[in-house]
Design a binder for this molecule. Sequence first.
Ligand code: NAP
Ligand code: G4F
Length: 440
Amino acid sequence: MIDTQLLSTLKTVMQRKGLSQRDLASLIGKNETVVSRWFAGKVGISPTSVKLLEKAMGEKLTRETSSNKVALITGITGQDGSYLSEFLLAKGYTVHGIIRRSSVDYRERIAHLEGKPHFHLHYADMSDSMSIIKVVSRVHPDEIYNLAAQSHVQVSFDAPEFTANVDAVGVLRVLEAVRACGLTQKCRIYQASTSELYGKVEEVPQNENTPFHPYSPYAVAKLYGFWIVKEYREAYNMFCCSGILFNHESERRGETFVTRKITLAAARIAQGMQEKLYLGNLSSLRDWGYAKDYVECMWLILQAKKPEDFVIATGVQHSVREFAYEAFKHIGIELEFRGEGLNEEGVCVRDDRKNKHNFSLVGKTLVAVSPDFYRPTDVVNLWGDPTKAKAKLGWNPSKTTFEELVKIMVNHDMAKVASEGAAAKVRTNLAEYLEKGIVK
Ligand code: NAP
Ligand code: G4F
């Protein structure tokens, strides 16, 4: 019998580990044709082969560990929500997600999941308790992943009250909904906390014992979320935990976060759709990981024996300048950074693009600094220590390296810009206006 769930889990694990069918065949000592017949749905995978695969992959592929569990994800349309949905569906979960009403539905990141039998969406809003209670009482989840947030730090300076309502009180609403529905002993809750809590950092690298010093309205709101989760854990003996996640990026990252802004701009510049990329603080340091790797940790945190908070990070730090250098380099454009502060520029000193589009970029300033992208207070030195997650959850923080992450994002955006053609130019302007808070 063909077990489609098993095949889908296997594909997800292979994709995550970067394994081809050939790699898989050699790992388990089988002929490649046998493996390709599994994937073509021609023959089922025998229980013995499943055991071999599980041993080679170092994880369970069959449904028995988590099947029949019901998960509710807030923020399902976001970067992390979309990856987490795929991850949980592959594990055999029934996944329910909360989406908010808007005049135009924007569900690009989960469009490929809609219509799947174990995937369901419900309207609710983090600012509306009743809507959350209704969904929780209808779904009766075993696990809630509270990912919904106004997640842009700069936007939190422009909309601090909205940010507090959703990112702080929203967490309380979820916890209270679980209590109101009598699910405190059944339902485990994951809270999407953040390295922004360390803010004006007091030590590097940061771990679970590093003092918090939030440095934006976003971080202050998330600090409330962190503490209310801890409070409910202690007061009501609930299994609720925070993952203190450092920056994690992907080809699905919102276009106004610095990494995606850079990879999209590099792709547009390489294809003649944009002249220059304007950024803010190039010296800001971040610990950037791959979002697909991080959602596994959210799940692991809820599978632990006791509820605890964890730092999730790669343990490797880079500057915004280094990210930009690496992104352009991957396309064949070498940048040299000259000058300081607002006068710093990234100038093209070598142009080895495969397709030169009949123009050379050598000598051109491709990256410039604009005060528009400086923040009233900026967090400039985030560097996480994932020792606890490694030791207690068995999570591997080095699955995807910084260079691989940049490559994944740049390759995706090169293809996206090429397929959009002239429309890519319109998106350039839109991204800049959105971030500057100008609607044109
Ligand atoms: P994201 O792409 O911005 O997604 C945020 C999600 O929250 C979207 O689905 C959004 O819905 C939803 N949302 C916002 N306001 C809502 C409301 N009032 N009611 C219901 N849903 C609402 O964020 P992400 O990068 O996936 O991050 C997921 C979570 O992790 C967030 O809580 C973020 O603060 C936190 N976090 C992220 C990182 C990171 O580096 N990515 C690091 C640490 C912590 P719409 O699609 O309708 O806007
Ligand atoms: O990409 P960013 O906007 O991400 P930020 O502020 O670190 O926040 C993200 O990560 C947090 C985890 O630490 C999450 F909690 C949060 O939800 C979000 O996902 O900015 C990164 C750094 C900042 O120091 C910023 O000042 O890049 C600097 N930067 C420099 N130029 C820029 C730009 N950021 C943006 N967005 N745009 C620029 O042009």
